[in-house]
Ligand binder design. Structure first.
Ligand SMILES: *Cc1c(COP(=O)(O)O)cnc(C)c1O
Length: 431
């Protein structure tokens, strides 16, 4: 499979490894595959009976064919996906639980696969690879954990000092070994600015091989198609019908991966694109006009994106007409999100994190219009993070919630970040 820039279909196409290690195309565009593969007919019909790892293999293999041998890919997937994505039933719907990985959010799927793919692609290089990543919270933890202990690669995470939760800080800066962290005296935007400046620094380029690991990387996107295929296959096994999935969305990487899985032949009937008030994509689906804007802060802050990067991927593959057939946009206010966390807890004893609650509320909203009933298709919502990650928002609405042992363990780690000023030279002299 070859990959080209979403901004230039006629530009130079590159291999998966090159697209993954570069992150962005030279013209600043996101990499997209030249075609979307389809499962072979025999695979498509047997998906409901297949294991998570077999579905993972069939989903990812066409994207890396000829670059990662099948046996290596199989081992890589067992190692990366050492946790499941169970399809639970909560009340009137399915819930695809994506928070069973080490940092308790769906980003573990992408980050863990990407780490192993990078390590494989760099296997014959003697210069270590240095990954620089700026984070507002969730991404840094997933990337740090994904690359922890991976040979030949080290990671440096920059996060805004005092602006991530204590749990997030320990996920980012509590690992040690090949993972280091800087607490920047500034905002997330400052962290991003420092990373960009470091990439542009000629003296640094001579000293080390730098790469990034942000969420627009194709190596993070492709593995996310896996849980859609397994979730849909399990719903199919139980109901005999293709599913409708509601996806809490910000930068739209998660949803784009779902669209890839559907295009490959996973039994998915329709998607709901659920956003908070950062409703650029729901507005586009309604008016046909794409208007990126500044992001507004909400309680589902991993979805506070006003100019979603993956939008350019979606519009390269699909026309507006096609997107409207496949996708319904719904946006949800913080007030409704809070009300949903409360009512789902009251009714079912389930704790929802604020992002998952946006998805839950969006499905409710569509059901109440009668556009979606649940009779034609099993309805599912994606649980993108464990509620304990956002306890400061959830617990005032529900009362105390149990914290899983894996997250309790993280709280015992010591934070070992150096504090630096939001100044490029401060960063460069410490790298
Ligand atoms: C990153 C994130 C999202 C948004 O996913 P996108 O791929 O950016 O649309 C939603 N929920 C949680 C918990 C996240 O960490």
């Amino acid at each position: 499979m070859r990959y080209y820039s979403a901004r230039n279909k006629n530009g130079q196409a590159v291999a998966f490894a090159q697209a993954a290690l570069a992150g962005l195309a030279p013209d600043g565009g996101l990499f997209v595959p030249e075609t979307l593969p389809e499962y072979p007919r025999a695979v498509k019909t047997s998906l409901p009976a297949m294991s998570f790892h077999d579905i993972a293999f069939e989903t990812i293999q066409p994207f890396v064919h000829g670059e990662i041998p099948d046996a290596t890919l199989g081992d890589m997937l067992h190692d990366a996906f050492n946790f499941d994505a169970p399809l639970a039933t909560v009340g009137d719907r399915y819930m695809l639980e994506l928070f069973h990985g080490p940092t308790a959010a769906f980003k573990d799927f992408g980050a863990r696969f990407m780490a192993r793919a990078f390590s494989y692609f760099r296997r014959n290089e003697d210069k270590p690879l240095r990954i620089l990543v700026a984070t507002s919270g969730d991404t840094g933890g997933a990337v740090a954990d994904g690359f922890f202990g991976v040979d030949g690669i080290s990671v440096t995470v920059l996060y805004p000092k005092g602006r991530v939760s204590p749990l997030q800080e320990r996920q980012i800066a509590g690992l040690g070994k090949n993972i280091s962290a800087f607490a920047v005296e500034g905002s997330f935007d400052d962290c991003q600015r420092l990373v960009k400046a470091a990439f542009a620094d000629e003296s640094l380029k001579k000293r080390m091989v730098l790469s990034s690991a942000n969420s627009i990387n194709i190596a993070r996107l492709v593995p996310q198609a896996v849980y859609y295929a397994t979730g849909a296959a399990r719903a199919m096994a139980e109901t005999g019908k293709p599913a409708v999935f509601c996806v809490p969305s910000g930068n739209f990487g998660n949803l784009t991966a779902g669209l890839y899985a559907r295009e490959m032949g996973a039994p998915i009937r329709h998607f709901i694109a659920a956003t908070n008030i950062n409703k650029t994509v729901p507005d586009y689906l309604e008016n046909g006009v794409y208007e990126p804007r500044a992001s507004l802060p909400t309680i589902s802050n991993a979805m506070d994106v006003g100019a979603p990067s993956n939008f350019e991927r979606m519009t390269v593959h699909w026309t507006l007409k096609r997107l409207r057939e496949t996708l319904t946009g719904v946006f949800i206010s913080d007030e409704t999100t809070r009300g949903t966390i409360k009512s789902v807890h009251n009714r079912y004893g389930r704790f929802l994190d604020p992002h998952t609650a946006v998805g839950w509320a969006a499905l409710d909203a569509l059901k109440s219009t009668g556009k979606i009933t649940g009779e034609d298709a099993p309805l599912g919502t994606l649980a993108t993070a464990h509620p304990a990650k956002f306890a400061e928002i959830v617990e005032p609405l529900t009362g105390a919630m149990p914290v899983p042992p894996s997250l309790q363990k993280v709280m015992e780690r010591n934070v070992t970040a150096d504090t630096i000023s939001a100044d490029v030279s401060a960063l460069i002299e410490r790298l």
